[in-house]
Design a protein around this ligand. Structure first.
Ligand SMILES: NC(=O)C1=CN([C@@H]2O[C@H](COP(=O)(O)OP(=O)(O)OC[C@H]3O[C@@H](n4cnc5c(N)ncnc54)[C@H](OP(=O)(O)O)[C@@H]3O)[C@@H](O)[C@H]2O)C=CC1
Ligand SMILES: O=C(O)C1=N[C@H](C(=O)O)C[C@H](O)C1
Length: 252
């Protein structure tokens, strides 16, 4: 049995993950952490300020964090202090926060950190890499769309797409939300759409003369991210103490 705790337990992803863990015969939901006190699936949710006491008392094998960047950094540090493995789905980290996370995790606990835990998006990233290798001279535009409540833009998944493009093509200027008259050069356009209950759409357009290729992914239910995060949680426990990607979990 793997003991699982969830931070951001009262949020959209936290409740979706809590339900999956609660229904899994091989997993035990030991409780949650959120900004507020509460309960989910019959288990206590404690405020973030009490995370150390919570981890010591409930002894989860793994903490799954889907919160906001500043909160996640503190939750990750607490998990590392208390020797608890990590799954981190939170997005919107600054380079400085990424560095704090790296030094908290490396050599202390195993952690799978991914801007997107869906299997489909992890395949989509591979396809984008492959296309970039062949179509580096095409014009490239990245578009993402999410629900009205999303706090960060562009999405973490879109930032990962940009990292992949930079790795394959060399660093290029990014133009966010193109506006006004400007000649197109070698830049990559980046566009974020927010509205309604869109779960998560991502597309990369490679536009050449007389043809375009668009690679896209659409999530229909956030359960797809939650299932991936739970799959990673089963995988991460007992691994060497370092940062892993979802590709490591999937073996791709
Ligand atoms: N990697 C992936 O596959 C995916 C990543 N995400 C990312 O996950 C994150 C959460 O998304 P979502 O569930 O939609 O967001 P929500 O706002 O619905 O949930 C976040 C929860 O965390 C709570 N929270 C705030 N501060 C803390 C804290 N210090 N400790 C614990 N909990 C805290 C929030 O409380 P309050 O609302 O009161 O602030 C809220 O209940 C985002 O960064 C999103 O981009 C989302 C989907 C998939
Ligand atoms: O906030 C969300 O909802 C999502 N966030 C992730 C991101 O920022 O890429 C992943 C997914 O698209 C849903």
């Amino acid at each position: 049995m793997i003991n699982v705790a969830v931070s951001g337990a009262l949020g959209r992803m936290g409740t979706t993950i809590g339900r999956i863990v609660d229904e899994a015969p091989d997993l035990e939901l030991v409780g949650g952490i959120d900004i507020r006190e509460g309960s989910f699936f019959g288990k206590e949710v404690v405020p973030a300020a009490r995370i150390d006491a919570f981890l010591k008392e409930k002894k989860p094998d793994v903490l799954i964090d889907f919160t906001v960047a500043a909160a996640a950094v503190e939750n990750i540090r607490a998990a590392a202090r208390n020797n608890v493995a990590l799954i981190v789905g939170t997005t919107g980290f600054s380079p400085e926060q990424r560095e704090i996370i790296r030094s908290a995790v490396e050599g202390n606990v195993p952690a799978v950190i991914s801007s997107n835990f869906s299997v489909g998006v992890n395949i989509f990233w591979k396809l984008v890499r492959e296309a970039a290798r062949e179509l580096g001279d095409y014009d490239i535009e990245v578009t993402e769309a999410h629900h009205r409540y999303k706090k960060d833009a562009p999405s973490g998944t879109a930032k990962t797409i940009l990292e992949i493009l930079d790795q394959e093509l060399g660093e290029r200027e990014k133009v966010y939300g193109r506006v006004g008259a400007a000649e197109r050069k070698n830049e990559i356009g980046v566009h974020a759409v927010r509205g309604g209950d869109i779960v998560g759409d991502h597309a990369v357009l490679f536009a050449g003369n007389f043809e375009c290729i668009e690679i896209s992914h659409r999530a229909y239910d956030r359960a797809v991210f939650a299932q991936g995060a739970v799959r990673a949680a089963r995988w991460v426990v007992g691994r060497d103490p370092r940062i892993y990607a979802m590709q490591d979990v999937l073996g791709i």
